[in-house]
Write a protein that binds this ligand. Structure first.
Ligand code: ZN
Length: 168
């Protein structure tokens, strides 16, 4: 019981300490700087990240952004396997494009990172193919509000590696 009271005291001490330090920081940063302008520019950029692993899975099957935003998407490969065997990319398809049909074409396009030249008109944005331990970032404008589909077009992956990209 004594120990419990002691821990409460310690917690209370830390809470008080935190409160004090945050008050101090707030009063210190009242001087106007150039920063607000940069913050406004960044407010239009939504950063999202999605990762793929050696089990041929994305860590999420749904990404939501707001209309009118610039999207900065980072694809991370958290696995160890090389891109020749377990490569991942991220492709966002335009509304109405049949994902399975697209994937069927894409798997033949090894030379262009599984992005078929004949289907470029079906794509809103895409990353390159990466292997284990790598990551890649792309920027694109969020399309009109709606629900879109994304996939990894590496051969055999789109069955597992697909999801919805929602623009609100
Ligand atoms: Zn993949």
């Amino acid at each position: 019981m004594k120990k419990l009271i002691y821990s409460f005291a310690v917690v209370a001490f830390f809470l008080t300490a935190c409160k004090n330090s945050s008050t101090t920081t707030a009063t210190e940063s009242t001087t106007p700087t150039e920063q607000p302008a940069a913050a406004v520019a960044d407010a239009n950029v939504t950063e999202v990240s999605i990762s793929g692993d050696d089990q041929m899975k994305f860590d999420t099957d749904e990404i939501t952004v707001k209309a009118g935003q610039q999207v900065r998407l980072t694809l991370v490969h958290t696995g160890k396997l090389p891109k020749e065997g377990m490569g991942h990319n991220w492709i966002l398809l335009k509304d109405g494009v049949d994902l399975d049909e697209f994937a069927g074409e894409a798997m033949k396009a090894k030379d262009t990172d599984y992005v078929p030249a004949s289907r470029e008109g079906d794509i809103i944005a895409h990353t390159k193919v990466i292997g284990g331990g790598e990551s890649t970032t792309i920027d694109f404008a969020a399309p009109a509000p709606g629900t879109y589909q994304f996939l990894c077009s590496f051969p055999g992956h789109s069955g597992m590696m697909r999801g919805h990209f929602i623009v609100e």
